[in-house]
Design a protein around this ligand. Structure first.
Ligand code: UD1
Length: 369
C-alpha cells in the first residue's frame, strides 16, 4: 500500500539571514496540497523587530508555532540554550524531517539535537566552505553538514567540498539557491519602495554598506580603519550604512560614531528590512559588505560588490558573479574601479539553478525520500 500521509516537517530559523531562506521553502511545501504537515520554530537568536518580525511581515512567513526566546549570549551559552529548549519541541512534534537553513548557531544547534534523537535532517545551503575556522559560521557549517542526512546544495563548489570531505553521493543533492527564489519573487515590490529616493540619495551614485562580522567590527583597530575609509569615500559618494546591532554597539564602545558621521556623507540608519535592503542594493553604484546574502543578491542583480573579508564561502559570486574580495588597504582603489563596472544580464548570466525554483526542488527532494 502507498503511504499518502503527509510528510511531517519541522523548520527551524533563528537569525536574520534565515528568514529569506525559509519563506520560499515553506511556500513550496504548502503549495503541494496535503503532502506536507509543516511547523516552524524560531529560536529567538534574533529578536529585535528590525532583525526578525519585519522579515516575517514582508515575506509572508506564518507566525512561528514555537519561539524558544533564547536571546543573545556567548556562542556556548546561546548554543546550549537552543539545545535545551529545542529538544522537548522536537520530541513533541516528532517530525519525519528537520529542515535547517544557512549557517547560524540555530542551524547547528537544531541539527545536533535532531541527530541525537534519530530525526532525519535536511540542510538547505549545504556544502559552503570559507576554509576559515576563525569564522563561527564555518564551524556551524562543518558540524551541520557532518550530521545532516540530506545536503541540499546551491552550487557545484559546494558539492565538491562535500565530496572532498568524504560525503557519499547519495546524501548530496544540488537544488540551487533559495535566496534567489525570494529575491526574484520580491524584486518588483522592493523596487517600488524607492528606498534610495526616500533617503535622499541618487540612484547609481551611492555606496550601500553593511558590516557586522566579528572580524571586522569587534576590534577597535579594524573598525577604526574601516571608519576612516568610509569617511574618505563619503567625500566622493554618499554612503548608506544600516547598522547591525553588533556594529552599533562596537561603534559606541570605541567612540567612533562621531568620526563616522561628522562629515555628513555617511548615513547611519537603523537595520533595514528585506525590501529596503534589496531596493538599496539594486540601485547602488556599488555594495560594500561582509554579509553572505548580499554577495549572492548582488550577483543576481549584477551590481558590483566588494566583500571586506579575506575569503568567501560563496566563491561562485566571484567566478560567475559581480563580487570580489577586498581589504581595508585596497578598498579605496577597488571602490573607484567597481563603481564604474556595472554589467548587464547578457554580459553576466546567473549561476545555474539560481532560477527562482530552488525551493520547489527542496520540496521534491523530501518527497522522494
Ligand atoms: C548572527 C550570525 C551570523 C549572521 C548574522 C546576521 C551566528 C554565529 N552568527 O550574527 O552568521 O550573519 O547573525 O545578522 O549565528 N543583537 C541585538 N538584537 C538582536 C540580535 C542581536 O541587539 O535581535 C545584538 C546582541 O547584542 C548580540 C549581538 O547583536 O549579542 C550579536 O548577535 P548574535 O546573534 O550573537 O550574532 P550576530 O552578529 O547577529
Amino acid at each position: 500500500m502507498v503511504d499518502t500521509s503527509p510528510v511531517k516537517v519541522l523548520h527551524v530559523v533563528g537569525a536574520r539571514p534565515n528568514f529569506m531562506k525559509v519563506a520560499p521553502v515553506m511556500r513550496a511545501m504548502a503549495s503541494r496540497e496535503g503532502r506536507f504537515d509543516q511547523r516552524l520554530v524560531h529560536t529567538g537568536q534574533h529578536y529585535d523587530e528590525a532583525m526578525s518580525q519585519v522579515f516575517f511581515d514582508e515575506l509572508g512567513i506564518a507566525a512561528p508555532d514555537d519561539n524558544l526566546e533564547v536571546g543573545s549570549g556567548s556562542h556556548a551559552a546561546q548554543t546550549a540554550e537552543i539545545l535545551l529548549r529545542f529538544e522537548p519541541v522536537l520530541l513533541a512534534f516528532r517530525p519525519d524531517w528537520l529542515v535547517v537553513v544557512g549557517d547560524v548557531n540555530s542551524t547547528m544547534a537544531a541539527t545536533l539535537v535532531a541527530s541525537k534523537l534519530g530525526v532525519r535532517t535536511a540542510h538547505v545551503e549545504a556544502g559552503l566552505r570559507s576554509f576559515d575556522r576563525g569564522m563561527p559560521e564555518e564551524i556551524n557549517r562543518l558540524v551541520t553538514d557532518a550530521l545532516a542526512d540530506l545536503l541540499l546544495t546551491p552550487s557545484p563548489d559546494a558539492d565538491a567540498n562535500l565530496r572532498r570531505e568524504g560525503v557519499p553521493e547519495s546524501r548530496i543533492r544540488r537544488v540551487g539557491n533559495v535566496m534567489i527564489d525570494t529575491l526574484s519573487r520580491n524584486l518588483e515590490r522592493a523596487r517600488a519602495r524607492q528606498t534610495p529616493q526616500r533617503l535622499g540619495v541618487e540612484p547609481r551614485r551611492y555606496v550601500y554598506v553593511t558590516l557586522h562580522r566579528p572580524s571586522n567590527v569587534d576590534e577597535r583597530g579594524s573598525l577604526a580603519a574601516i571608519v576612516d575609509c568610509l569617511v574618505e569615500l563619503s567625500r566622493r559618494a554618499p554612503v548608506v550604512f544600516p547598522v547591525h546591532p553588533r556594529t552599533r554597539q562596537r561603534l559606541a564602545d570605541f567612540s567612533l560614531v562621531e568620526t563616522l558621521t561628522a562629515g555628513g556623507g555617511v548615513r547611519l540608519i537603523e537595520p533595514v528590512g528585506y525590501l529596503d535592503s534589496i531596493s538599496l542594493a539594486e540601485a547602488a553604484a556599488c555594495v560594500l559588505t561582509d554579509s553572505g546574502g548580499l554577495q549572492e543578491e548582488t550577483t543576481f542583480l549584477r551590481v558590483p560588490c566588494l566583500t571586506l573579508r579575506p575569503n568567501t564561502e560563496r566563491p561562485i559570486t566571484i567566478t560567475e558573479g559581480s563580487n570580489r574580495l577586498t581589504t581595508v588597504d585596497r578598498l579605496r582603489g577597488d571602490l573607484a574601479e567597481s563603481m564604474s563596472r556595472r554589467l548587464s544580464a547578457e554580459e553576466l548570466p546567473c549561476p545555474a539553478l539560481w532560477d527562482g525554483k530552488a525551493s520547489e526542488r527542496v520540496a521534491d527532494a523530501l518527497l522522494e525520500r
